[in-house]
Design a protein around this ligand. Structure first.
Ligand code: FAD
Length: 409
């Protein structure tokens, strides 16, 4: 008989795990997926494109209902898992039903952080995490609304762009002195600010939100320097926090997220965690590629193969049409590294490659990001770049042609 495997969370990590498991170990487990969102799993990364009306709600579904059925997977969406009893290996759902498990995987993702300032509970203050958020933002953004986005990271900028495209008057307030400071150096961030402003979005840097003001609903965002920005809606995009409530009911080891080892095992036998809810070697990732890498390793482990997750090299792509930004690895350049920089203000192009010990360690690209994935491959593989270095900054075609010629000579 197949061993019961319960996956909690019907997001992107869960989807990838099921896909890999049915490929590697079809029939070995009786798989049930429990998710609290009232719909089939969808591509969360594309929510920004839904908001910007570049794709429709239906376009982002990951697999149709039939796909799950045909593979014998029980998909329980619209159900919240409330508690875990590890002693008898059961998950209890919010409605009271229980599910027995032999193995349990937590893939509960994260939730947006709400700032601890007055006014966060006012109607009109929203977050940007799921399809119901997008529906609420779309509704509030109609009629030339004044929108203030708190947070100038990837999510905040994508929300701002979507809102501006929907016809809202948008301002972004950001605590730091540059946009996307976790992905971009000062020069790329300055170019990004210009490009964002050119799309009619006002950007306020070093702007600390101290309150959202309003009587019955949000009316303004108050900043620490005394300024107040009028707002009909406020979108808070100020970071995420791993969902660990369920893990707490099983007394699992927690840091910021659910602590896992290189096989994605938690502190309790038979319970695993992957995706944004997991903390591996002290790191909680907030991007989809690490979640996929973890899902692949866990599927191999559950299929009885040897596999190890050693951490991920991060890469970011901003999804704002016409603003091409890419960054990966150690893009700032730790002490002792070298930098190769190409910049053309006229073409609005900037490239910085960071080299450490004859290998590519990081890259920031603004304007021309066509070679981003090639640079990412070089960073991940750690391959020596000596033969490519002279033309590396000009991209793959040129660098490889000259590299091959050099090797042949
Ligand atoms: C607007 C937006 C744009 C993004 N853009 C990018 C991008 O360009 N590149 C990138 O790499 N990443 C991007 N991300 C991040 C990416 O979407 C996440 O890294 C990815 O979705 C993480 O997958 P996950 O399965 O861990 O979590 P999720 O996809 O969040 O799935 C977790 C699911 O579990 C459910 N759940 C939680 N607790 C319970 C419970 N107790 N019972 C039942 N269900 C539960 C949640 O409701 C959710 O549906 C973006 C995110 C957003 C919101």
């Amino acid at each position: 008989m197949s061993e019961p495997l319960v996956i909690v969370g019907n997001g992107m990590a869960a989807m990838k795990l099921v896909e890999e498991l049915v490929r590697r170990a079809l029939g070995r487990y009786a798989i049930a997926v429990v998710g609290d969102e009232p719909r089939l799993p969808y591509n969360r990364v594309l929510l920004s494109s839904v908001l910007a009306r570049e794709v429709s709600h239906g376009d982002i579904e990951l697999k149709p209902a039939g796909w799950w059925r045909e593979r014998g997977v029980t998909l329980l969406y619209g159900h919240r898992a409330a508690t875990i009893d590890p002693a008898i290996r059961r998950v209890r759902l919010a409605g009271g039903a229980t599910l027995p498990y032999g193995r349990l995987v937590l893939a509960t993702g994260s939730q947006p952080i709400r700032l601890s300032v007055p006014g966060m509970d006012l109607p009109g203050v929203m977050t940007f995490r799921d399809l119901s958020d997008v529906a609420a933002i779309e509704k509030a953004a109609a009629n030339k609304a004044r929108a203030v986005v708190i947070g100038g990271g990837l999510l905040g900028l994508e929300a701002a762009y979507g809102l501006a495209k929907a016809g809202a008057q948008v301002s972004v307030v950001h605590l730091m002195d540059r946009l996307m400071e976790r992905q971009l150096d000062a020069r790329a961030a300055a170019m990004l600010k210009q490009a964002v402003e050119a799309r009619g979005i006002a950007v306020y840097l070093r702007a600390e939100t101290v309150a959202v003001r309003g009587r019955a609903r949000a009316e303004a965002v108050a900043l620490a320097d005394g300024r107040a920005l009028d707002a009909d809606l406020v979108v808070v995009a100020a970071g995420i926090r791993p969902n660990t409530d369920l893990a707490r009911t099983a007394d699992l080891g927690l840091g910021r997220g659910i602590v896992v080892d290189d096989q994605l095992r938690t502190s309790r036998p038979g319970i695993y965690a992957i995706g944004e809810c997991a903390e591996h070697r002290g790191v909680c990732y907030g991007l989809v590629e690490p979640a996929y890498e973890q899902a692949r390793v866990l599927a191999a482990h559950l299929a009885g193969d040897k596999a190890e997750y050693a951490g991920s090299v991060l890469a970011t792509n901003l999804k704002v049409s016409g603003v091409d930004v890419f960054s990966a690895g150690d893009f700032m350049g730790a002490p002792g590294t070298e930098q190769i920089v190409f910049s053309d203000a006229g073409l609005r192009t900037y490239k910085k490659l960071v080299v450490a010990n004859g290998r590519l360690a990081g890259a920031v690209l603004f304007g021309d990001t066509a070679d981003g994935l090639w640079y990412l491959d070089l960073i991940r593989s750690g391959a020596p770049i000596d033969a490519l270095r002279e033309h590396l900054v000009f991209g793959r075609a040129l660098a490889e042609r000259h590299g091959n010629a050099k090797r042949a000579a």
